[in-house]
Design a protein around this ligand. Structure first.
Ligand code: 0L1
Ligand code: MG
Length: 262
């Protein structure tokens, strides 16, 4: 049985308020254990409508749980997706005030900017590369609205996959000639290397993660519009950040990107 519309509405309102008011809430499946993945995407879609009603433009999408390690940890075999609203964007080198966040963590990613729209259900990495305008080094800041980052799969999908902020680097790079699988990434906090990784950590190839996003959207009757920014998934583990921290990602051949916390 699918979740009743009034429960979808209540859950979306709860998660919307939690983000606006910077407060943690218990995971929503504690009260609604029957919630499934399809219900969770309905809640996420309602959250998206609430942001659009606030006047915010949706600028792109993100993939989450794209590493096999993270999927195993959650006991799932499929990544998840969320949306990016215009107020999630932070300029390269920009400052974020931690008072607006609950328990922020950052992870290194590769962002795609799409020149052409894409639709599933048979999208693949080659189609993604052909439709890509350029890629950029990126930092995603995740900030689950749940107490102690404690959630299960439906709860985290409903919470827009913990999306909070993202920063794109300044060097837009064409994909031709780039090997996204071996592309190395270093995540530094306050000048110290804390995580390293390569593009292959993201489902074998970040373009594959974008293809999976397109096919997952198709399953819900949706497409990826031209001009979308897509965060393809974490190459590194997510690390906690606090006021005073300076975070930088250096990515082979596609430049650097940074953000600061006060
Ligand atoms: O972007 C991500 O991979 C995060 C997905 C949600 C899980 C989490 O908050 O760790
Ligand atoms: Mg991420």
């Amino acid at each position: 049985m699918t979740l009743e519309q009034n429960v979808v509405e209540q859950c979306a309102q709860l998660l919307y308020a939690a983000e606006q008011e910077v407060r943690e809430v218990p995971r929503i499946t504690d009260d609604h254990p029957q919630m499934n993945v399809a219900d969770a995407y309905r809640i996420q879609e309602r959250l998206r409508e609430l942001k659009q009603a606030q006047g915010l433009r949706i600028v792109g999408m993100k993939m989450g749980l794209t590493s096999h390690a993270k999927m195993q940890q959650m006991g799932v075999d499929t990544p998840i997706y969320g949306f990016l609203a215009e107020d999630n964007a932070v300029p390269d080198g920009g400052v974020v005030e931690v008072k607006h966040l609950i328990h922020p963590k950052v992870e290194a990613e590769i962002a795609f900017v799409m020149r052409e729209p894409l639709s599933g259900p048979d999208c693949d990495a080659a189609k993604v590369l052909a439709a890509t305008d350029f890629v950029l080094a990126a930092i995603e800041l995740i900030d689950s609205r749940y107490e102690n980052f404690r959630f299960d799969l439906p709860s985290v999908i409903a919470d827009n996959t913990s999306a909070s902020r993202y920063v794109l680097g300044s060097r837009a790079t064409a994909v031709a000639g780039l090997d996204l699988e071996t592309l190395g990434v270093v995540l530094e906090r306050n000048g110290q290397v804390v995580e390293v990784g390569a593009g292959a950590a993201v489902l074998g190839n970040p373009a594959q993660a974008v293809a999976m996003l397109v096919n997952m959207l198709a399953a819900r009757g949706q497409t990826l519009p031209a001009g979308s920014v897509v965060l393809s998934g974490a190459i590194t583990a997510a690390i906690p950040v606090a006021a005073g921290d300076n975070v930088q990602v250096r990515a082979d051949g596609i430049g650097t990107v940074s953000m600061r916390f006060v």
